[in-house]
Ligand binder design. Structure first.
Ligand code: C2E
Ligand code: MG
Ligand code: MG
Length: 760
């Protein structure tokens, strides 16, 4: 008995120490272990009390404690097992059933004092003769044992399965619990079924408790961790090399072997020198480096790769160097992908040059970094590029753009930045001192026949000298492109230089273009009439000339806006409006019975591309019931510069409809007498402003005389316009000219005034 008591007491003390240890520990399973050990104390202490008990009441109480303690202990063992073996338990139905069974069993055992169904007690004596209160098992005791065995069996099963399934490396820790646990169970069975007094198997449980405490709270699996670490090092996708305290390479994992082309352990030695080269240091310098991280390209046995390389020196606990390691992380793919993505985002797909946003960014960066240097921003333009696409197909257009890109690349020095701005526009930024017009002209000429030998390509270049380097790059290249507008139709001049006048012009154009519609609808655009008279001043008709009463600019003369409207295509709108105004006037006069006056309107060459001129005029004259002979049409000879057939067809149509065609501004520019043959006109307007060369008056007069005579012979009526003096009227009359228009007789005046003077 004494031995028994002493053993159990010692075990109890050890368990209490372990409980204290578990309470303090922060390890994940410490809480499970704490409760398990606490519950384990109950049956142990109960057994001690039973052994010592003098009275039956105390013994009864101790037996109850023993049964309940066993239930709690065995349940906590299950709880510990699932946590230790990492089995999903919380929230499972299995947990609910187990708790229900355990709680029910505890409850039913507690009813023993009332029902007397678990056990009775009887006095007995040990072999040694000592008094001992013995348990007489009743029917429920068997069920309680069944519950206990079931809980014990679950624990044993969990550990057995885990032991079988786990690696040899970790199996030990499961076996260390399983073996004592199974032995204890067998030991206990021995006591129960032989009904032996003094349950020594309690010691077994205590041992199991201590084992549990050791593995869950004290034990650190260093060997396992080391093994894991070395497995990681050898299997990670990075290359890893170790150096010892004498700077000798002692280990290279398989990836490092591949990088350094190592085939045997003997070759490890050579890695050090190669590594120093990669680090770009010598032994002395590397001794001063504790850790370093850098990216470098290295040509290893499996080709050139980009590595992120880490180097770290290692120290023991007391700060003594024990060696170093280096890690090679392969960043090739990542970098390739990033480079590719960057390339795609910054380059033009077709030509491979920088795209506009990136080019502008680079330009701004360059100008910022180099503010004292003079730069030129240049923009190219291919005349009629859209036409090339339409006529030869998109692939030819694309090919042309690639050729232009190549020419730019081949002719640019390292100082030049270039990129594709949009469509057929390429941008170049050149330091002014590297700019040579001849080089550029030569490059442009290279492309002259790039589309086909019978299609002469016209490439123009606009140049803007960067004066304000803080301006947005896109603005600079817009200005360069703007300069081209001046020479767009010029076959000879290929390079245009931006000036502030161009900017003013552009602003003016924008102003005009944006306010035309509104001005027309508010009646601010109106017809002025300039009388056409005979030599005595008798009015036969008038020319309708547009005037624009502008809100901000005052009265605008046609010179200031006609060309703008011609450029942006809105001239058709204006002309149609003027023709309609003329028709309305003629209609009004005819209603008043005045049928002897005609009106001449101007037709812009652009109208023929923007309108079906004959159809529009036909509709207007029909609508206002105007006699077509009364609406004369003025066209300038420049109209014959291109698409001659289309125009001749339109003139023929107009004449067939009954309109009278007048050739305006004859003598103004490149007039040739040939024109009179080609153009089917009824009237020639001889512009005296161009024909009055006072220095060569005699010659001049002869030419005018000849033209008037020739026209007469061709049956073409001549009107002299821009007549400013009586002298002019006299000499022109002598030559045979019958009709005059000019300030000498009348200036262009508003309709109301004209009507006051000449109508009715
Ligand atoms: P144009 O058709 O040759 O018109 C005659 C121009 O000569 C008028 O200029 C007129 O004011 C001016 N002029 C008349 N007599 C004299 C003179 O004795 N001496 C001088 N130096 N000039 C004289 P305006 O009205 O400024 O028109 C200029 C040009 O604008 C016109 O030349 C015409 O080509 C164009 N234009 C005028 N109205 C229209 C229009 O409604 N549509 C189109 N497309 N063009 C128009
Ligand atoms: Mg005219
Ligand atoms: Mg004229």
């Amino acid at each position: 008995m004494t031995v028994y008591l002493t053993t159990i007491t010692v075990m109890l003390i050890i368990l209490v120490v372990c409980i204290a240890g578990a309470a303090k520990s922060e390890r994940p399973l410490a809480k499970d272990v704490f409760f398990l050990l606490c519950y384990m104390v109950l049956p142990l202490a109960a057994n001690e009390v039973i052994a010592l008990a003098e009275s039956e009441t105390i013994a009864k109480f101790a037996y109850l404690l023993y049964f309940i303690g066993t239930d709690l202990m065995l349940y906590s063992l299950v709880r510990y097992s699932v946590d230790y073996c990492d089995i999903k338990y919380d929230g499972s139905i299995f947990k609910k059933v187990l708790i229900a069974i355990t709680v029910a069993d505890i409850f039913l055992v507690l009813l023993n004092p009332f029902l007397g169904h678990v056990f009775e007690l009887e006095e007995s004596r040990l072999d040694s003769g000592e008094k001992y209160i013995k348990l007489v098992s009743l029917w429920y005791h068997k069920i309680h044992l069944g519950v206990s065995y079931m809980l014990g069996l679950i624990t044993a099963l969990i550990f057995t399965i885990k032991t079988i399934r786990s690696s040899k490396l970790v199996r030990g820790k499961y076996l260390m619990f399983l073996v004592p646990f199974l032995l204890t169970a067998a030991w206990e069975t021995h006591y129960i079924f032989l009904n032996r007094p003094l349950d020594y198997s309690m010691v077994g449980y205590a041992v199991c408790g201590i084992v549990v405490f050791y593995f869950a709270v004290v034990y650190v699996p260093t060997a396992l961790m080391d093994r894991m670490k070395s497995t990681i090092v050898s299997s990670i996708s990075d290359g890893v090399i170790f150096f010892d305290d004498n700077n000798r390479c002692i280990y290279a994992n398989s990836n490092a072997e591949l990088i350094f082309d190592i085939k045997s352990e003997a070759e490890l030695e050579g890695i050090r020198a190669r590594f120093l080269k990669i680090m770009d240091v010598d032994e002395k310098e590397i001794a001063t480096i504790n850790s370093k991280k850098f990216t470098k390209k290295y040509h290893g046995s499996d080709g050139e790769k980009t590595f992120e390389i880490e180097y770290h020196r290692l120290y023991d606990g007391r700060g003594h160097g024990i060696g170093a390691f280096a890690r090679f992380i392969d960043r090739t793919e990542e970098l390739d992908r990033m480079q590719k993505e960057h390339y795609m985002a910054t380059h033009d797909k077709l030509t491979g040059l920088y795209n506009a946003p990136y080019f502008y960014e680079l330009v701004e960066r360059r100008l910022k970094a180099d503010p004292d240097r003079k730069y030129l921003a240049m923009s190219t333009d291919v005349r009629g590029f859209k036409l090339i696409n339409d006529r030869y197909g998109r692939p030819v257009g694309d090919e042309l753009l690639i050729k232009i890109a190549n020419v730019i690349e081949n002719n640019s020095s390292k100082h030049t930045l270039y990129g594709r701005l949009s469509g057929d526009k390429f941008g170049l930024l050149i330091p002014a001192k590297h700019y040579k017009e001849e080089t550029i002209l030569r490059a442009i000429k290279e492309l002259d026949e790039a589309v086909s030998p019978d299609y002469k390509l016209l490439i123009h270049l606009g140049v803007y000298e960067v004066t304000e380097s803080d301006k947005r790059a896109s603005v600079m290249f817009d200005r360069a492109a703007m300069a081209i507008n001046d020479i767009k139709d010029d076959l000879e001049i290929r390079i245009a230089y931006y000036s502030d006048r161009m900017r003013d012009e552009m602003l003016w154009e924008q102003k005009i273009a944006s306010s035309l519609d509104d001005a027309v609808s508010r009646g601010c655009v109106m017809p002025f009439l300039q009388a056409q008279v005979d030599k005595n001043g008798k009015v036969s008709g008038a020319e309708v000339l547009v005037r624009w009463e502008h809100d901000e600019e005052g009265m605008l003369m046609p010179q200031s806006f006609i060309s703008v409207l011609e450029k942006n295509g809105t001239i058709a709108k204006l002309d149609k409006y003027m023709w309609e105004s003329a028709c309305r006037i003629l209609r009004k006069w005819s209603m008043k019975g005045i049928d002897d006056l005609y009106l001449s309107v101007n037709i812009s060459p652009r109208d023929f591309y923007l309108l079906d001129v004959p159809q529009v005029l036909e509709e207007l004259t029909d609508l206002y019931e105007v006699d077509r002979k009364k609406l004369r049409l003025e066209i300038t000879e420049t109209i014959m510069m291109d698409d001659v057939n289309m125009k001749l067809e339109a003139f023929a149509k107009l004449r067939a409809m009954g309109f009278i065609l007048e050739m305006d501004d004859f003598g103004s520019g490149y007039s040739s007498l040939n024109m009179l043959k080609d153009m089917p006109v009824d009237v020639l307007k001889l512009d005296m402003v161009f024909m009055s060369d006072t220095a060569n008056k005699e010659k001049n007069d002869k030419i005018v005389k000849l033209i008037v005579k020739l026209a007469g012979e061709l049956g073409i009526h001549v009107i002299a316009e821009g007549v400013e003096t009586g002298e002019q009227v006299r000499s022109l009359s002598e030559m045979g000219c019958l009709t005059f228009q000019g300030y000498y007789f009348a200036k262009p005046i508003p309709l109301v005034e004209f009507e006051k003077r000449h109508v009715g």
